[in-house]
Design a protein around this ligand. Structure first.
Ligand code: HEM
Length: 226
């Protein structure tokens, strides 16, 4: 529970912007994929944005604020057991909890797979992934069926699970959403904060620019007339 007087910056601004942008792009991509037709133009654009966001988060997980780093994710079975037995110390309640850490990795992995399979999908009517010409027909066909069925339902299930988990925590007094908005948690012990100053935000902006360039380059590999 967030009792105490130590206000700590846990989620730096780049991580918060990443999260809410990812939410909008993922929901938009699922929605436009379901609508189909000309909405697919936006499905492609949103997929391209998700690719840039994932590339950014990958690098930010190495150099970003303390609690956004992959090295800070409590992934050991020991942490998970302690957490499940209700014996989690303040360090397991500052950034992502052990269950939250698994959810982060799950989300990143499932979304990366969805982007990768989308890049080589083909609906055999009007829409072709920009890299589908680079792989075999068998790969295109397997990727398309994963992307359209398993990938989509996995993402929707994870989102539902994510929202249920947040509601469950909230009902037990752990208000996680405000921290993802303003960045701070109030803890009962002092903990080191995530760096979130002008210089680190500038680095994040540069890294995001590079991630966008990477995503644009990937889509530029599409054959002429795409
Ligand atoms: C498509 C929808 C969504 C996706 C794909 C998504 C994805 C994610 C990801 C990847 C993280 C980890 C953040 C990081 O470390 O980079 C996360 C954390 C979080 N998300 Fe979402 N999210 C979605 C919707 C939402 C919504 C609607 C809310 C609030 C109502 C929300 C609240 C949170 C909170 C509070 C955390 C931090 C959890 C913690 O303290 O461990 N998310 N989400």
């Amino acid at each position: 529970m967030n009792i105490g007087f130590h206000r700590v910056r846990v989620w730096d601004l780049p991580t918060r912007l990443f999260h809410w942008a990812l939410m909008l792009c993922v929901l938009g991509a699922v929605g436009t994929g379901l609508v189909g037709g000309t909405a697919m133009i936006w499905h492609f654009r949103l997929g391209q944005a998700v690719l840039a966001l994932l590339a950014f988060r990958l690098v930010w997980g190495l150099v970003g604020g303390r609690w956004s780093r992959f090295a800070s994710l409590p992934l050991s079975p020991r942490s998970l057991l302690a957490y499940l037995r209700g014996r989690a110390g303040v360090s397991l309640r500052t950034g992502h909890s052990p269950l939250g850490a698994l959810a982060v990795l799950g989300f990143l992995l499932v979304l990366a797979t969805q982007v990768a399979t989308g890049l080589v999908s083909d609906d055999e009517i009007a829409w072709l992934g920009p890299l589908s010409h680079l792989v075999s027909n068998a790969t295109v066909s397997a990727a398309t069926s994963y992307h359209r069925f398993w990938g989509k339902w996995l993402i929707l299930s994870l989102v539902l699970l994510h929202l249920l988990a947040i509601t469950w925590y909230s009902m037990r007094g752990h208000k996680l959403v405000p921290a993802m908005i303003h960045g701070d948690k109030t803890l009962d012990e002092p903990m080191p904060a995530s760096r979130d100053d002008r210089a680190s935000r500038l680095v994040a902006a540069l890294l995001f620019g590079l991630s966008v360039a990477l995503s644009v380059w990937v889509f530029s590999l599409a054959p002429a007339g795409f």
